[in-house]
Write a protein that binds this ligand. Structure first.
Ligand code: F6P
Length: 375
């Protein structure tokens, strides 16, 4: 047997350590030597790797984050000092230097694309679907999603009692990038009165009218679960799509901040999109509104039992694929099983909420306003 490398890339989430453990234990079981790559693809480019032994993955099943560290760097476009460079050749050279036979990459959509590029550059890769956003193509579910959904649901539960006491609208902004899975799932589970997701452009008049209708029946508070990537019907008609468009800052000073952040290679600290929605709704309804932006709290802490099980299943499935020398695939969930899907079939694709998804009908049947019509 040979040697595998494992790296964790992109935004972290609960369950990464559980997958590292699952892959490592199963790979060691089948006789592979395991190397951990530090800080995602940056560590690959900088050749920062160290041996993972059984003792290193002991006790990490329940720990949040990733003990290997993560980064959003891409080998083909990576900041080295003050330059952005294509370091694909260096990544491949380090893979060979370490005598790796396969690189196992835990990550979301960006990672699927980066791993596929490395596959085309001559490396063997296996990927596992990580993200709280649940938007990786080719798999029914991603690990991290259930944990984040449970955190967001608990937050909505807690917002209910304070919103009721003060008869307020509370707009709760939920992550998810350009997909609405997290806001929709947590919104339904938490009983939100309004759920706005990027896949359904919203009409604020319809939302305001639905909130006023609730008040007419004696329900003086309203909880809104708003995905960070939402857009209004007008914004959608102007071709504005996605999280970045929704949060785009307008003033020249803010544009200057954006330019500087880009030059520094970091993302701008954005204003929650929920702020604007809350301000406008308060003006339209006369009902006091407040905002809670859940942010990175949704990515922190211990994975749920569902995610621990999922991570262990996915990780050990990767180990079985290694045993068969089955490479260049995403280890995906299909129904009740974990299956390999060729990377070339899914790299560059995204899985957003289809407009006929049953969860949407579920929400409508419990009188949830989805932003497109008055309830
Ligand atoms: O992809 C996971 C995610 O948490 C998204 O929901 C969110 O848009 C993004 O990452 C935030 O990224 P960062 O950690 O760079 O702030």
């Amino acid at each position: 047997r040979g040697t595998i490398g494992i790296l964790t890339a992109g935004g972290d989430c609960p369950g990464l350590n559980a997958v590292i453990r699952g892959v490592s234990k199963a790979a060691m079981h089948y006789g592979w030597k395991v190397m951990g790559v530090r800080d995602g693809f940056r560590g690959l480019v900088e050749n920062r790797m160290e041996r993972i032994e059984s003792i290193n993955v002991s006790g990490i099943l329940t720990q949040g984050g990733t003990f290997l560290g993560s980064s959003r760097d891409k080998p083909h476009k990576i900041r080295m000092g003050d330059k952005v460079m294509d370091m694909t050749d260096v990544a491949v050279a380090n893979y060979k230097k370490q005598r790796l036979d396969c690189l196992v990459c835990l990550g979301g959509n960006g990672t699927q694309k980066n791993a596929f590029r490395l596959q085309k550059a001559g490396m063997n890769v296996l990927t596992l679907p990580k993200t709280i956003d649940n938007d990786v193509a080719g798999t029914d579910i991603t690990f991290g999603f259930d944990s984040a959904m449970s955190i967001a649901t608990e937050a909505i539960d807690r917002l209910h009692s304070t919103a009721t006491s003060h008869h307020r609208i509370i707009v709760c902004e939920i992550m998810g990038h350009d997909a609405g899975w997290l806001a929709l799932g947590a919104g339904i589970a938490g009983g939100a009165d309004v759920i706005l997701i990027p896949e359904i452009p919203y009409n604020l008049e319809a939302v305001a009218e639905s909130i006023l209708n609730r008040r007419r029946t004696g329900k003086r508070f309203s909880i809104m679960a708003v995905a960070e990537g939402v857009k209004s019907i007008k914004e959608a008609a102007n071709g504005k799509t996605g999280k970045k468009a929704a949060k785009k800052l307008q003033t020249p000073e803010e544009e200057e901040l954006r330019r500087r952040a880009k030059a520094q290679g970091v993302h701008l600290v954005e204003e929650p999109v929920a702020n604007k929605i809350a301000r406008e709704l308060q003006a339209m309804t006369g009902v006091e509104a407040r905002v809670t932006s859940l942010g990175h709290v949704q990515r922190g802490g211990s994975p749920t039992p569902f995610d621990r099980l999922l991570c262990t299943r996915l990780g050990t499935k990767a180990g079985e694929l290694l045993k068969e020398n089955h490479f260049n695939a995403l280890v995906a969930v299909k129904g009740n099983t974990c299956v390999p899907i060729p990377l070339e079939e899914i790299a560059g694709k995204k899985r957003i909420v289809p407009t006929d998804h049953p969860w949407l009908q579920t929400a409508r049947l419990v009188e949830t306003c989805l932003g497109d019509e008055v309830v």
